[in-house]
Design a protein. Structure first.
Length: 94
């Protein structure tokens, strides 16, 4: 992903709310499966790491990106944004 593409995705991410919340139980297989479905539909998602979670946002982002074949866009505070081009969608974000 180029710097210009990342900048576009960052600006788009500023307007969206977190759709996945990681709590004290951490990241489960079910959470990965559900996030995969959401990522396929939206391509760009924001994730919130709740208080009490043992993972840092950077660690959580790395796990999600690795398991979902996604690209990290931004990690800031307790939130991070990931992107993955949809397999079946004709209109792309970048």
């Amino acid at each position: 992903m180029t710097g210009k593409q990342r900048a576009v995705l960052k600006s788009l991410a500023a307007k969206i709310d977190p759709v996945v919340h990681i709590g004290k139980d951490g990241i489960s297989d079910r959470m990965i499966i559900e996030t995969d479905i959401v990522l396929e539909k939206r391509e760009l998602i924001k994730v919130q790491v709740q208080d009490g979670c043992d993972l840092t946002p950077r660690e959580a982002s790395d796990i999600f990106c690795d398991r979902l074949s996604a690209e990290p866009v931004l990690v800031i505070g307790k939130r991070f944004v990931i992107y993955r081009k949809a397999k079946e969608k004709s209109a792309n974000l970048i």
